[in-house]
Design a protein around this ligand. Structure first.
Ligand SMILES: C[S@@+](CC[C@H](N)C(=O)[O-])C[C@H]1O[C@@H](n2cnc3c(N)ncnc32)[C@H](O)[C@@H]1O
Length: 245
């Protein structure tokens, strides 16, 4: 993003909004290695500023993703389903899933500082301090989870499109007929800012075609693609939901 655009945004926003915007911009402006990004999040979490900056008034991704995933599971299924929160961060998505009745939640994130904040919520069972979609598989057995959700993990330098293979590997296939999921498992839910599909180099012209290829190859079926108007900093978001076949 050009510096002039950032200046224009600064002029239009109040002080808190500016520092939140800047802190967020720093980590997705590009040019950071994946390890630098994890370290940035460590600090952002440890100061307590992550949850202040990206509070629910500015960033609604976790709540939107949790509500979308919950629609796929009955109240009874929520109490037994195993769910992996990928790029869990400080655990906002997990907290919302917990509020909606999910009781078996694991958190995966490369930032130990973010995971330490997530630990304080006492809602997750296992913590996996790792990147998904890089050279090594994550330390999770095949077909472990009934569902997997990501909020805010698809952005510049974060989760690569190819990580979908790894997500599919760790989620148990669901049964699907032409109308609905017939046993609830195999659900993947991804919430991200809509504009990233067009300007993040790793996703532009790649992420959605990659999803469609997986569909063509019989690896998954699309459940939905929904747009949310106020996802983050007034920008729209998109929520993809698939079931693994
Ligand atoms: C904007 S935060 C979102 C955190 C949380 N899901 C939320 O919505 O508040 C992005 C998170 O993605 C994590 N992340 C970055 N690269 C990742 C990767 N390759 N695999 C998994 N998580 C990653 C970061 O450590 C960070 O905690």
């Amino acid at each position: 993003m050009a510096l002039e655009s950032l200046k224009k945004i600064e002029e239009a926003l109040d002080h808190d909004e500016v520092s939140a915007y800047k802190a967020n911009f720093e980590v997705f402006k590009g040019g950071l290695s994946r390890h630098d990004i994890a370290k940035y999040y460590d600090k952002w979490a440890e100061t307590g500023e992550y949850d202040m900056h990206l509070n629910p008034n500015r960033y609604t991704g976790p709540e939107s993703a949790a509500r979308a995933l919950a629609k796929q599971f009955s109240a009874e299924e929520r109490s037994t389903a195993r769910i992996l929160d990928v790029a869990a961060g400080t655990g906002r998505l997990g907290a919302e899933l917990y509020n909606l009745g999910f009781r078996h939640l694991d958190a995966l994130d490369p930032s130990e500082g973010m995971l330490n904040k997530a630990r304080e919520r006492h809602i997750y069972t296992n913590f996996i301090n790792d990147f998904i979609g890089l050279d090594n598989p994550v330390p999770v057995e095949d077909d472990t989870y009934d569902g997997l959700a990501v909020s805010g993990g698809f952005r510049e330098g974060h989760i690569p499109a190819t990580a979908l293979h790894e997500m599919i590997r760790v989620v148990r296939p669901g049964m699907f007929d032409s109308y609905c999921i017939t046993n609830t498992s195999g659900v993947i839910c991804i919430a991200m800012r809509e504009e990233y599909l067009d300007y993040v180099s790793e996703y532009k012209g790649t992420l959605e075609p990659f999803m469609h290829n997986l569909k063509r190859n019989g690896k998954l079926k699309f459940l939905s693609k929904d747009t949310i108007t106020d996802y983050a900093f007034g920008k729209s978001g998109v929520i993809f939901q698939f079931v693994i076949s």
